[in-house]
Write a protein that binds this ligand. Structure first.
Ligand SMILES: Nc1ncnc2c1ncn2[C@@H]1O[C@H](COP(=O)(O)OP(=O)(O)O)[C@@H](O)[C@H]1O
Ligand SMILES: [Mg+2]
Length: 234
């Protein structure tokens, strides 16, 4: 079977006066259903990698196959289509729309996909249940705790049934206990077969994943399976 994600010799250079090589000749294969954490110190290339994986940007050179398609050559419109149909995003700052209810926030990707109103309602209720917010459908973000807001963001990211869930420091704005609760949601999603790529700089958060990749100066410094079994992290 095709891997969900395949980066082949991917380099990303930013030109701001001088050139900065943010990712340097990276190869990565992620099979369907794997839960991967990406670690590394500040400036190591984590956000650059997630932006490329999330089709928010293109490699300067190399190939990116997503679900077998070489998306490194896609146009902006094609990339936006791919983001809407194949990818789900969760951010540190939740990025919910404040004037929309929980249901409406969860339905945003379905709305863009042209899904009918009744199907949107059914799906958003199902997704809210999945993250334990079935009794908060008509709340606004300001009426929710940080952990609940992140749950809404996860439900929204999954509502269009993406190939990959991408998360950038999903516990970064949460206290330790709430962060652990969000990691329980991720673990459950992983057990249900979701493919997850999560950036974090906390080793105790990374320890929830099946595989931990550490970047250094834009290169993969280490790539460890069963990281949590290896040592104690946290
Ligand atoms: N838009 C940009 N323009 C110029 N340089 C950038 C840009 N984004 C990131 N960089 C540089 O690329 C390197 C990697 O950055 P980044 O991917 O943000 O790392 P991390 O997320 O691990 O902190 C850093 O040297 C950073 O300064
Ligand atoms: Mg970053």
């Amino acid at each position: 079977m095709e891997p969900v994600i395949h980066l082949e010799s991917v380099t990303k250079t930013y030109h701001v006066g001088v050139g900065v090589t943010a990712l340097d000749d990276v190869d990565l294969v992620v099979p369907d259903g794997q839960y991967v954490a990406i670690m590394g110190s500040s400036g190591s290339g984590k956000s650059t990698m997630l932006n490329l994986l999330g089709c928010l940007d293109r490699p300067s050179s190399g190939k990116y196959y997503l679900g077998g398609d070489d998306v490194s050559t896609f146009s902006d419109n094609q990339l936006s289509e791919i983001r809407n149909t194949r990818l789900g995003f969760v951010f540190q700052s939740f990025n919910l729309i404040s004037w929309m209810t929980v249901t409406q926030n969860i339905e945003i990707p379905l709305f863009y996909k042209g899904v009918s109103r009744s199907q949107r309602h059914r799906k958003s209720a199902e997704m809210a249940d999945l993250v334990g917010l079935g009794d908060r459908l008509d709340h606004r973000p300001s009426q929710l705790s940080g952990g609940q807001m992140q749950r809404v963001a996860i439900a929204r990211a999954l509502s269009n049934d993406p190939m990959v869930l991408l998360a950038d420091e999903p516990t970064g704005n949460l206290d330790t206990n709430t962060g652990e609760e969000i990691m329980e949601v991720f673990t459950e999603l992983s057990e249900r077969g979701r493919t997850i790529l999560m950036v974090t700089h906390e080793s105790y958060i990374a320890a929830h994943a099946d595989r931990v990749i550490t970047l250094r100066d834009g290169r993969i410094e280490s790539d460890v399976m069963d990281y949590k079994a290896d040592e104690h992290h946290g």
